[in-house]
Design a protein. Structure first.
Length: 468
């Protein structure tokens, strides 16, 4: 092969692999010659060959541009298997939700369009200008002092006096929860988790070699407190991982009476509480819910949260109110992620200090309430005879309970074929008791096209319910 043919083949492969995207400018002739060591004439002949194949096009004063549709379209197929680990299946569902052509009802975060992107981008730019040579050190564990003070003041506004010194900034809530779990358990210890449960809890237990005891959470009554006490009585439980407000996936919130009952049980049996409070800002009433930690007298609890559900998902900023375990958690963090991104912490400080976060939250809650009601009304009209749709005040999840003989994995596969993602019950359980259920994200606005997709999926659910 001639040199220009070799170079053309290399560039063609780069385009096919997505290294160069459609409508993107290729390196100039001179730059390509410097990078590859070929002569200008060889590079020119290679570009001309690619142009003749329709892969690139020349533009006056702009050079050579990758042609639209030069890269073969991916099939976007999701491979499924019944006998998989929870990590494999979580990965599968999350990958499907990344497809921009999907109606991502299996997505765990609110509709990204609801985030104040313009203001956040300005805060990133401002933080970049302010960052100093010592910023990396200033933002090591326990994290940026101004950010921790802002978080502490927000807790104070809810009636909880938490010192900034108790707060450790983490790379998202999941790291906060995992570090909390590590601080009070050792491999082989027993940990209570909910059922159905946020899949991150199962992943963390699997990774740390811990044994799980599941306690049922129902959409009607929430956590079974009698079962929780039996678990404490019958096993040497070290920790209890609970979500007391807008539980993922069923959406239920415990009332203050039940939270106090749980606090008393934790004290009686000496069990450490790890509380996932990431949805607390998304309440539907006039006052925010109090976490179980508010009722725990001896401080043997770790409260974890983040800005991922209420402000922005991609920043990966969370925290743990670690109390007396603060130093231990900081040491663990230094051995894993070392520290949370300094520029991101600074940008959040800028946003929370200069923008009206409360106004954003007020607007966000209002939109979530309206969108969830619209989706609930739509689905109830479509599925009223074949499924029960559980909707709670606050949050943005709907929990769909089909007839017992229906397998939600079949619905999951059909949904993918229709370019919809859902979160099947298999994702939230160690066993099979929720295989007829699935969770939907109701934070997305419905339009005619999306209503048609829901109607098509509902038609399939009706068909398999009535004919199996």
């Amino acid at each position: 092969m001639a040199k220009y043919e070799i170079l053309a083949g290399q560039i063609k492969e780069q385009i096919e692999r997505g290294i160069w995207l459609e409508n993107e400018k290729l390196p100039s002739l001179r730059k390509q010659a410097r990078q590859t060591g070929y002569s200008l004439m060889t590079v020119l002949h290679a570009y001309q060959m690619l142009e003749s194949q329709g892969l690139i096009s020349s533009h006056e004063r702009s050079g050579f541009i990758v042609a639209a549709a030069a890269r073969p379209a991916s099939e976007n197929k999701v491979q499924t298997a019944e006998a998989v680990s929870i990590n494999d299946f979580v990965y599968e569902v999350l990958q499907a939700s990344r497809d921009p052509h999907m109606f991502s009802l299996g997505f765990a975060y609110p509709d990204p369009a609801l985030y104040p992107r313009h203001h956040l981008n300005k805060s990133i730019a401002a933080a970049a200008q302010q960052i100093s040579l010592t910023s990396a050190m200033d933002n090591l564990p326990p994290g940026n002092p101004e950010l921790r003070q802002i978080i502490a003041r927000r807790y104070a506004a809810r009636g909880m006096n938490i010192s900034p010194d108790e707060i450790v900034i983490t790379a998202g809530a999941l790291e906060a929860l995992s570090l909390s779990l590590q601080s009070c358990t050792r491999p082989g210890d027993w940990v209570v988790i909910e059922s159905p449960v946020f899949y991150g809890a199962m992943q963390a237990l699997e990774r740390l070699g811990l044994k799980a005891i599941t306690v049922t959470v129902s959409p009607q009554n929430g956590l079974d407190i009698d079962a929780l006490e039996r678990a404490f009585q019958n096993h040497p439980v070290k920790a209890c991982w609970l979500m007391s407000s807008f539980q993922n996936p069923v959406g239920y919130s415990l009332d203050d009476d039940k939270k106090q009952q749980i606090a008393r049980l934790l004290k009686t049996y000496g069990v450490t509480l790890i509380e996932d409070d990431v949805y607390a800002e998304l309440y539907a009433g006039k006052t925010p819910p109090l976490p179980i930690k508010h009722f725990v007298e001896d401080g043997n609890s770790l409260l974890c949260s983040s800005f991922s559900k209420s402000l922005v998902a991609g920043y990966r900023i969370g925290w743990v109110v670690a109390s007396h375990k603060s130093l231990e958690i900081q040491k663990q963090q230094l051995m894993s992620t070392l520290a949370t991104s300094a520029p991101v912490q600074l940008s959040l400080v800028h946003y929370l200090s200069s923008k009206n976060y409360e106004l954003h939250l007020k607007q966000l809650r209002k939109k979530l309430i309206a969108r969830k009601k619209a989706m609930l009304d739509c689905l109830e009209a479509l599925l009223q005879d074949v499924a029960t749709i559980h909707a709670q005040d606050g949050g943005y999840f709907l929990w769909i309970e089909c007839q017992p003989h229906v397998n939600a994995m079949d619905i999951y596969r059909e949904a993918l074929r229709l370019h919809i993602t859902i979160a099947p019950g298999k994702l939230f359980s160690l066993h099979d008791e929720f295989n007829h259920c699935f969770r939907l994200n109701a934070s997305f606005e419905l339009n005619d096209a999306r209503r048609t997709l829901l109607k098509n999926l509902a038609g399939y659910i009706i068909d398999i319910t009535l004919h199996e």
